[in-house]
Ligand binder design. Structure first.
Ligand code: GLA
Length: 381
């Protein structure tokens, strides 16, 4: 049994006086390319990673959900029949998921559980989506629901939109739900088709944590989303996915400058995702690298969601001989970057980039190679 599974199981047995019935796992994700495209019905290329949320749980006879969080050293409960919003941040994701499943018509049953996660929070690695998906998996186990990863990802997204108030797209929840070991997944965020994309042999995906955390990202994020919707309305299409680049260039002068730059990012980023997938298929890393670099520039200059720390770590990474390409990842404003590197030189890469970043910024980086893992599942039943 994986170490984290053992830990939640042991803590469960200690707190609840008996073994758990199930252990569920839902991974975080890192996005290789396709940023701020998901809520524009576009394309993304994330991978589920070996950082996850684990819940050990057992059904209850009543309508309560009782959860202990090891990370927050906090114990909380709520009643499934009287769901109300509260102040305990981590619990709102659990409650919001219950609300969303209930709204979708599922009959929910009570459970008690112990929760543990090693996805860093607010780092752009989808700790909230992992918590939502783990919670959904827990309810599905207790209520013997069919597990449809795509449907469940949509309900977890709804929890985030409708309960937490973050107008996120589908990428994080779907990557956590439908990740595949050893692969990135190309997601068409309109059809929700998920296509596994193997990573070229000899390469590794490194997560570069800047040690900075984004603040007040929800309002900036929701604002970006509204700007994209305004641009789509200008072109009289459902979303920016439907705007071809040359058509955009012909008419873009009718948009105000900010909206034009936001739309430029989304439209060019969708194209970069598809070109990255093609290039990965050919093992053509010389093409992938510049595409990742162009994504970063576009997010920095046109979408304006990067930060000094992200720019510094991406520049250091890109200059390293072991690096094929690097860019910020996730919503932005802080958190992590991602790099595609030579697996054999990962240690050198991590050492050199960490040192250079420390010399250039007041922050300390944490760099690790991540493994692409399978999506949300019951690991012990
Ligand atoms: C956050 C959101 C996602 C996606 C990314 C940006 O992670 O939750 O839906 O929009 O930002 O690509």
């Amino acid at each position: 049994m994986p170490l984290d599974a053992q830990r939640v199981a042991q803590e469960f047995t200690r707190r609840f006086d008996g073994p758990p019935r199930w252990i569920v796992r839902a991974p975080g994700r890192v996005n290789l390319i396709g940023e701020h495209t998901d809520y524009n019905d576009g394309f993304v290329l994330p991978l589920a990673i070996d950082r996850a949320v684990w819940i050990a749980l057992r059904p209850r006879d009543d309508r309560q959900v009782v959860v202990h969080s090891i990370d927050f050293d906090d114990h909380a409960f709520f009643d499934l029949d009287t769901l109300t919003k509260g102040q305990v941040q981590w619990l709102e994701y659990v409650k919001g998921t219950a609300w969303s499943l209930r709204e979708a018509g599922f009959r929910l049953d009570g459970w008690e559980g112990v929760l543990l996660g090693d996805v860093p929070a607010a780092a752009g690695l989808s700790s909230s989506a992992a918590l939502e998906m783990a919670t959904a998996r827990a309810f599905a186990a207790v209520g013997s629901m069919d597990w449809d990863p795509i449907a469940m990802a949509r309900l977890a997204q709804r929890a985030e939109n409708g309960w937490v108030g973050m107008q996120c797209g589908i990428m994080d929840q779907l990557a956590s739900a439908a990740g595949q070991a050893g692969h990135a997944v190309l997601i068409d965020c309109r059809s929700l088709a998920v296509t596994p994309v193997p990573l070229p042999p000899g390469t590794a995906v490194a997560v570069l944590d800047t040690g900075t955390r984004r603040g007040l990202v929800d309002s900036a994020y929701n604002e970006r989303r509204a700007q994209c919707e305004a641009a789509a309305a200008f072109f009289k299409v459902p979303s920016l996915r439907d705007v071809e680049l040359d058509h955009f260039h012909r008419l873009a002068s009718g948009l105000d400058e900010t909206t034009r730059r936001r739309a430029t990012h989304v439209i060019t980023e969708n194209d970069r995702v598809l070109r990255t997938v093609e290039a990965l298929g050919r093992g053509d890393l010389d093409t992938v690298g510049p595409l990742l670099g162009a994504s970063h520039v576009s997010l920095r200059d046109d979408f304006e969601v990067s930060s000094d720390a992200l720019d510094a770590i991406v520049t250091s990474a890109q200059a390293h001989p072991a690096c094929h390409g690097a860019r910020m990842t996730g919503a932005g404003f802080g958190g992590c970057a991602v790099a595609l590197i030579d697996a054999a030189r990962a240690d050198h890469f991590a050492r050199d980039v960490t040192a250079q970043y420390a010399a250039q910024t007041p922050h300390e980086a944490t760099i690790y190679v991540c493994q692409a893992t399978d999506g949300t599942d019951v690991v012990v039943a």
